[in-house]
Design a protein around this ligand. Structure first.
Ligand SMILES: Cc1cc2nc3c(=O)[nH]c(=O)nc-3n(C[C@H](O)[C@H](O)[C@H](O)COP(=O)(O)OP(=O)(O)OC[C@H]3O[C@@H](n4cnc5c(N)ncnc54)[C@H](O)[C@@H]3O)c2cc1C
Ligand code: SF4
Length: 546
């Protein structure tokens, strides 16, 4: 069976804020254009995980009448608290005067980004965009001249050995005049394009964190709709790691909370999942959760390198937009509005090029348009925030950021660099302090398996493993003796285990069906030996409203 193909003016990979904003803007500008969006989740929003406090700047531009269109921005921020957790019991609340500008949320909304994307997808469909959930873009297609021709959706019904099952259906090719890649943080096709077109030449390596998140339903007397709490310090400072926590009260007695662990950590004993579980026991956090029930769990990597790590976003035949490129503002821990704006600018550039009869060439004018936008200015203002945190740690780094952003308005005459990739930061396990994580109590803290259960993750079991080891022996030969195989701990879904075979020898086991598509293994493996590739469309988590 050969692959069939369909032709579009524009194909967009990923129905997140970037992809959907681009799709809507394209049809707003020209309703003759044929535009389709493919999404690997079983439905739009199923793979979206965010905080999320939304800054509505880009939304105001895209749909100024969003209130009349019933956009799910139901909870306006009513107050901000920032706490430095000094240890497992004590904290200091940062006085309002010293709160960095970037952390003030007046005028913003606490939302479920998954529900917001479902709403954006409906707006896109009403504008005439074709949205295809359950379809994973598995391959980039190229013209003979090397420009991007479109993408191929992976075939269905291929067994674990690569043989066709009775249910086999070949993938479909989607060809386009321009293809926009909006896969979010560490997109696997984006990674191929960055390497293939050398888009990151002269840039710092990209930097990442992993965000582990839960949603709790809390009793009426605990619910403070609109409250935003951020924390720094404990528990990550115990292992010299960076990152911070968030806790937001949204509608329907829900509290969404999480811990973002900077993936530059050097102690291979660190387990981001277990850090988050003990984090919830701190009095500043537990007082919001006691008497409540955990109703959802998930994890997702977050991109944080900022301007110094932002690759060139154009290449012949397409653009990289949103977090696939890395447009997130980490000083605000917000990337939805900047991802949307990058998608809207892409739509404007693409519509103009198509109007001029162009196709398949490089839209180099995108760089100029993006640099003239408020989204670029935001990244420029906060450019030293991430590198300062890596250089001097959370507390001193934040003090520097306060001076740089609040007092000097981002105008200090220098730009800090951060040249070491996160995967190269690990030290040998024997040189680092083991971390005795407490056992979960089943009330505030839980184990990985019961957590993954709450993510409703599901993959067809008999399919090729979507976690590909370049060297299958390396985990046992190299990573186990040197780093006590850190994948056992950095994976938030228990996918990687070291077990014993019948001869008592260690074996690296991959439970791929548990994968929540966070992409951490692709980022943090010290030898870059693990490649995440798209499994059959529709597989992965089924987040209700993350
Ligand atoms: C823990 C955490 C907290 C955050 N908090 C906030 C916050 O409070 N406020 C804020 O503004 N931002 C926050 N962010 C960042 C924000 O979520 C992102 O910046 C934003 O979602 C980026 O949008 P995007 O469209 O680029 O990518 P995503 O939102 O990641 O969307 C990408 C979409 O593409 C799909 N996809 C990927 N690959 C393929 C493929 N090959 N084929 C088909 N589909 C594919 C994915 O399934 C997904 O639906 C947070 C992020 C995390 C992880
Ligand atoms: S296997 Fe990789 S992508 Fe999947 S959940 Fe684990 S770390 Fe994340």
């Amino acid at each position: 069976m050969t692959r069939e193909s369909m032709e579009y003016d524009v194909v967009i990979v990923g129905a997140g804020p970037a992809g959907l904003a681009a799709a809507c803007r394209l049809r707003q500008l020209n309703e003759e254009l044929s535009v389709c969006v493919v999404e690997k989740g079983s439905e739009v929003g199923a793979h979206i995980l965010s905080g999320a406090v939304l800054e509505p700047t880009a939304l105001n531009e895209l749909f100024p009448d969003w209130k009349d269109r019933d956009a799910p921005l139901l909870t306006a921020v009513s107050g901000d608290e920032i706490h430095v957790l000094r240890n497992a019991r004590n904290n200091i609340r940062v006085p309002g005067l010293f709160v960095p500008k970037t952390m003030r949320n007046e005028g913003n909304y606490i939302i479920s980004l998954g529900n917001f994307c479902r709403w954006l997808s409906t707006q896109a469909e009403n504008l005439g965009v074709e949205v295809f959930p359950g379809f994973a873009a598995a391959e980039v297609l190229y013209h003979d001249n090397g420009s991007v021709k479109g993408i191929a959706i992976g075939g269905m019904g291929i067994d674990a050995r690569g043989e066709h099952k009775d249910s086999y259906t070949p993938g479909m090719e989607l060809h386009a005049k321009y293809t926009l890649f909006a896969e979010g943080c560490r997109g696997h096709l984006g990674k191929e394009l960055i390497a293939g077109f050398n888009l990151d030449a002269g840039k710092d390596p990209q930097h990442y964190g992993i965000g582990i998140k839960e949603i709790w339903k809390v009793p009426d007397e605990k619910h403070q709709p609109g409250l935003v709490v951020h924390t720094a310090g404990w528990p990550l400072d115990e292992s010299g790691s960076a990152g911070g926590g968030f806790l937001y009260h949204l509608e329907d007695n829900q509290v969404s909370l999480g811990l973002i662990v900077d993936l530059s950590y050097s102690n291979p004993h660190v387990s981001p999942f277990d850090e988050f579980q003990r984090y919830k026991h701190h009095p500043v956090i537990r007082r919001h959760l006691e008497g409540g029930d955990r109703i959802a769990y998930g994890a997702r990597a977050i991109v944080k390198g900022g301007l110094q790590s932002l690759p060139r976003m154009s290449f012949p035949g397409g653009l990289l937009i949103g977090d696939d490129a890395g447009t997130l503002n980490f000083a605000k821990i917000k990337g939805s509005h900047t991802a949307m704006k990058s998608g809207m600018i892409a739509a404007e550039v693409v519509a103009e090029a198509l109007g001029a009869g162009r196709a398949g060439d490089e839209l180099s004018e995108y760089a100029t348009a993006y640099e003239a936008s408020w989204a670029w200015r935001e990244l420029h203002l906060q450019r030293n925030f991430g590198p300062a945190q890596h250089k001097w740690g959370n507390i001193l780094g934040s003090a520097f950021a306060f001076i740089d952003i609040n007092i000097c308005n981002g105008k200090l005459p220098f730009t800090l660099r951060d040249p070491t990739p996160d995967h190269a930061q690990l030290k040998p396990a024997k040189d680092c302090k083991p971390i005795p994580y407490p056992k979960p109590d089943g009330v505030l803290s839980f184990d990985k398996l019961s957590s993954v259960f709450l993510s409703n993750t599901n993959h067809e079991e008999d399919q090729p493993c979507h976690l590909v080891l370049k060297d299958p022996e390396l985990p046992i030969r190299h990573n186990l003796p040197l780093y006590d195989e850190p994948a056992q701990r950095y994976c938030p879904a228990g996918v990687y285990e070291v077990v014993e075979n019948a001869q008592g020898e260690p074996v690296f086991q991959i439970n791929a069906q548990n994968c929540v598509h966070c992409k951490t293994c692709d980022i943090k493996d010290p030898e870059q030996n693990i490649a995440w590739v798209a499994p059959e469309g529709g597989g992965g988590p089924n987040y209700p409203n993350m």
